[in-house]
Design a protein around this ligand. Sequence first.
Ligand code: NDP
Length: 278
Amino acid sequence: MTRLGVLGWPVAHSRSPAMHNAALAALGLHDWRYQLLPVPPPLFAQTTRALGACGFHGANVTIPHKRQALALATGASRAAREIGAANTLTFADDGAIEAENTDAPGLLAALADVLDTPTGLSALVLGAGGSARAAAWALREAGAEVSVWNRTGERAQTLARELGVRAAGAPHTADVLVNCTPVGLSARPHVERSASDREALNQLGLTFDHVGEYSYVVDLAYSAVPTQLLAAARAHGARTVDGLAVLVAQGALSLERWTGLEAPLAVMRAAARDAGAG
Ligand code: NDP
């Protein structure tokens, strides 16, 4: 049995096991399994270092471990090092742990569904956490003019300084808008929204009219119904990418790294979508 998994705390909500196990089955890898690995922060390093000897070939890493994952790895890609976080670990037989960040290329791959290239375009990233770092780095690498806005301005300034992008004092007009905050996550059917549509947009420093100033809108938050941001963007006729598309894209890149096989994107997309339908 070859094992894969997702390290997080909490991680019970993750759609990655459903998405990856469907992909492994479609690829005929019947002796591979992908499982949840709920590990609290104080146990992260010792647990992760032991995974290779326990039959694990790889693991995804999610909140709150992405920075620690990079720190404990014995080798890391340029993307992981410059972003300062890893979401994909690969365990070698000799105990080596290789860190990669597929959040960055995953965002670009998902964006490619609606936009040929962000080269030469302006992009505004909302948020200054781990996923904002990956988004800002990816868009900068792709040749976009990147600004970052965050409700806590100092964090945006630190990110901007470290990644060579601009910190914005307020959200401004751009070609591409990427939401890298959890705002909008509560927009699910059967669950009362925690904030009205207007309040959700206001938390992002936006109004409904403002949203009309962006041609391409990506929302990393994923839910069964469009987030308030994506609903507003579509109402204005913008091209949109939802968080599920980004989840599938980064997961596909991790899977290809571990298996050396082309990821079955349609299978992964359907499994990820169905996993949230309950
Ligand atoms: P972090 O906790 O590292 O960062 C969260 C960011 O969101 C911070 O900048 C924080 O601002 C901001 N924020 C939090 N709450 C609010 C709010 N109410 N109003 C305005 N800003 C807020 O999280 P991540 O970067 O790891 O993840 C962010 C989101 O992206 C999550 O929803 C996560 O699920 C999603 N995600 C989706 C992925 C996908 O594949 N679709 C991949 C990775 C993440 P402050 O600094 O002021 O606290």
